[in-house]
Structures are given as C-alpha cells and as structure tokens.
Ligand binder design. Structure first.
Ligand code: ZN
Length: 424
C-alpha cells in the first residue's frame, strides 16, 4: 500500500463492508420516520430536527475500530456511518488533537485546519455531497460567516449554485471567499436570524434547497465526525469533558449522536463526557436558558459580539443542546469579548495556535470551570478551537482598538479596583 494516495473520493477504498444504506430519517421530536430517498428538510408535522439512522446493529462485530487505522485522514474515513454517496471532499476532518502545553490534561481539537479554516467544512462536505447525490442544483443558507464560506467552497467543488445570506458586518474573509468561490452573496443589515427569514421567504419561488443549520439532516452527519475523531484520537476513551463554542450547536448535537452510534458499534461503553457550551456574554441564549432550568431558549435581543459565529440569537436545535447539557451533567458558560480577546493571545503565544474568537472562548470557559471546581486539572478535557484566526484579522484588530480606546478613556484609579487590574 506504500505510496497509495486515498483522497476519500473513492468510498470503496475506505469501506471494508458494502456501503450502508440509510435506514430512515427520524424526527427528534415525535419520532416520525421519513425516507432518505429524496431531499428532506425538517419534520413536516412539528418542524423537528431529523436524525439520519443506519442499521448499526448489522455492523457490530464486523466493522472493528482497528480497521480505521489505514484509512484516509479525512472525515470520510468513517464511511460506514456516513451516507452512501460519492463525497464532495476537500480533505475536511481528521484535524489534530493537540495536547496543551499549559495544562497537563487539556487537549485542543484544532478545527482551524479544515478547508476554509473552520469546522463548518465538515457539515457542508456532507450536505453538498447529498445535494449532488439528489441532483439538487441550487442551495441556499443564512450564515454568521464561516458556514457561508464553507458552503460556497463545496458548492463550487460540486458545480452547484450557492445562495448565501450574511450579516453585512461579517469578517472580510467571509465576504471575499464567497465572492471567489462564485457564490451569490446577499449582505443583510441584520443578524443571521434575519438572513434565515430571507431564505425562507424566497426559497420556494427561487427553487432553492434550504441547507440552513439543522434544517436538513446531513450537515449534522458531517459534524458528528468530530465525535468519532475525539474517540479515535483518544484511543477510544472519551474525555471527562468537552468544551464547545456554541452558536447553532450542531457539533455538540452531532458529537452526542456519534457517541451513541459508537457505543452501538461496541467500540465504547456508556460513559459520556460532560458537555459544556460556551457562548459570548453579548449573545448567550443557551447559557440563560440553562441557568433558568428551561428546556428551550428565548430569542436573544441585541446580540453583539466580535465572535461572529456565536452571534446566533436562537439556535434551531436549542432543545437538543439543552437536553445534552442535562444528560451529560455538563454546563453552560458565558465569556465576555474582553475575556475572549485576552484568551486569544496566550493560546497563540503558549500553544502556537492562533484561534478564532469562538475557539478562544473555550479557553475562557476552561479557566472558569477550573476556578469553580467544575473540572480539576487532572480531568481530561477537550477544548474545541472551531476555526482559524486568519479568518478574523479585521475583527480582532477592531476589538483591540475598541478596548484600547476604552482603557485610555478610563482613569487608572477606575481600572484598578481592589488592586486587581483587568482583564481578569
Ligand atoms: Zn416530528
């Protein structure tokens, strides 16, 4: 096999067993089963998110975890638990699991190394793969930034039209990549929720298929591969905790789904990590709902944070995220923009990782949870960096300037409260 290059394009090279047919799509609210033979969005009865279900029982004992070791280093190495279709791939997934240089038992899962610089590549690779499989020609999605860029790239690779709606103040990189990837981009004076409304209003007339977060079942399938990777890269022992920056929360939902699948395959037991949501203080609907003990969130008004991907006023799958936090004995933490910016620097200078602001919020949460005793330093915890800072240079610089302006306007006495000088 020396010199063998497996791009993931040939599924037969990955799978040792015949490809899995999807058994059905299952509504997460009412359990309704739908066929995967044609494109589906959400449950027609109640709008519930659809999960892709496979016949995992038939794989148990036949597919062994050690069978994975020689496979392509992309998310398509998990061929048997992904839809049966020729992948639209740019090499997404199987990102590094880096041991922290600062904390003995922390790991950083660096999703910034994905195509288009963020974890959004995984979901869009799977969604666009299935869109091409179904013969869809026009896809549409609202985006806080990186999902739009990823959709644009994968649509380009598949020869499919992409119609993307983003807030006009997204990072420059997101606007430019959509342009270069050849997507149809609409910049909106509003938030991702406003963009979502525009897609919903126009999709039928324009003949677009809606690939909004959790409004089709396959982005979740792509994102769930992060759960398979966490397990495989930690030698099939799940960590004590996973800290996940949460906008739409698809990755958290996907990882939780993955852990159940991996258990069904017989590769892990029933123990689960404590799942931790981190959001920005300026847009923290899940944190608020968690603290109030609610099972769904309310729409966050006046959402504002430079961590563009966390500016999601209401996650479509909030009921799933909050359920996972509860079942996993996890928690939800908020980080201010000042804390997030301050965390970006030590992660860069200590770990060598220039993290997106959303990713740096994981470090803020980790420090807070160590301080509160929720985690101890001996607990193995995986911190997700969801994207690369190279996509956010303008946002990071603007946030630096904003903070410098605030600090030069305030008197030294005012900043030095109780002898503690910020930012902590
Ligand atoms: Zn339903």
């Amino acid at each position: 096999m020396e010199g063998f290059v497996n791009t993931g394009n040939d599924r037969r090279a990955n799978a040792i067993l015949p490809s899995m047919r999807i058994s059905f799509l299952e509504c997460t609210r009412c359990g309704e089963r739908l066929s995967a033979d044609r494109p589906q969005n959400v449950c027609p009865k109640d709008g519930g998110v659809l999960y892709v279900r496979y016949d995992l029982a038939s794989l148990k004992g036949k597919l062994r975890r050690q069978d994975l070791s020689r496979r392509v280093a992309s998310m398509w190495r998990y061929a048997e638990v992904l839809p049966e279709a020729l992948p639209v791939t740019l090499g997404e997934g199987f990102t590094p699991m880096l041991p922290s240089r600062e904390y003995a038992n922390a790991y950083i899962k660096d999703e910034g190394l994905n195509p288009t610089g963020s974890f959004k590549a995984r979901g869009m690779s799977a969604a666009v793969t299935m869109a091409r499989h179904y013969g869809l020609k026009k896809l549409a999605a609202p985006s806080a930034g990186n999902a739009g860029g990823a959709l644009a790239a994968y649509a380009a690779a598949a020869g499919i039209e992409a119609h993307i709606f983003m807030p006009k103040d997204v990072p420059i990189a997101n606007r430019m990549e959509c342009d270069y990837f050849g997507a149809h981009l609409t910049l909106v004076d509003g938030l991702i929720s406003d963009c979502g409304r525009m897609v919903a209003e126009r999709k039928d007339k324009e003949g677009w298929f809606d690939v909004s977060t959790l409004k089709e079942p396959f982005r979740l399938e792509g994102k769930k591969t992060m759960g398979y990777e966490v397990a495989e890269q930690l030698d099939w022992k799940l960590p004590r905790g996973i800290i996940y920056p949460t906008g739409g929360g698809v990755g958290m939902i996907g990882m939780w789904k993955a852990f159940d699948e991996i258990e069904e395959l017989g590769w892990i037991g029933s123990e689960r990590p404590k799942m931790v949501t981190v959001q920005a203080t300026g847009c923290a609907p899940i944190v608020k709902a968690w603290e109030e003990g609610k099972s769904v969130s309310e729409i966050w008004t006046g959402a504002a944070t430079f961590a563009a991907g966390l500016r999601v006023p209401k996650a479509y799958g909030d009921y799933l995220i909050l359920d996972i936090l509860r079942k996993s004995h996890g928690t939800a933490v908020a980080a201010t923009d000042e804390e997030i910016l301050a965390a970006t620097r030590p992660w860069a200078s200590t770990e060598g990782i220039f993290a997106a602001p959303e990713g740096a919020s994981s470090l803020v949460a980790y420090r807070k949870l160590l301080a509160s005793g929720f985690f101890s330093e001996s607990d193995q915890v995986v911190l997700f960096n969801t994207g690369s800072a190279y996509k956010y240079l303008d946002m990071i610089e603007a946030q630096e300037k904003k903070e410098r302006a605030v600090s030069s306007a305030s008197t030294p006495a005012a900043r030095n409260i109780g002898g503690i000088i910020g930012p902590y």
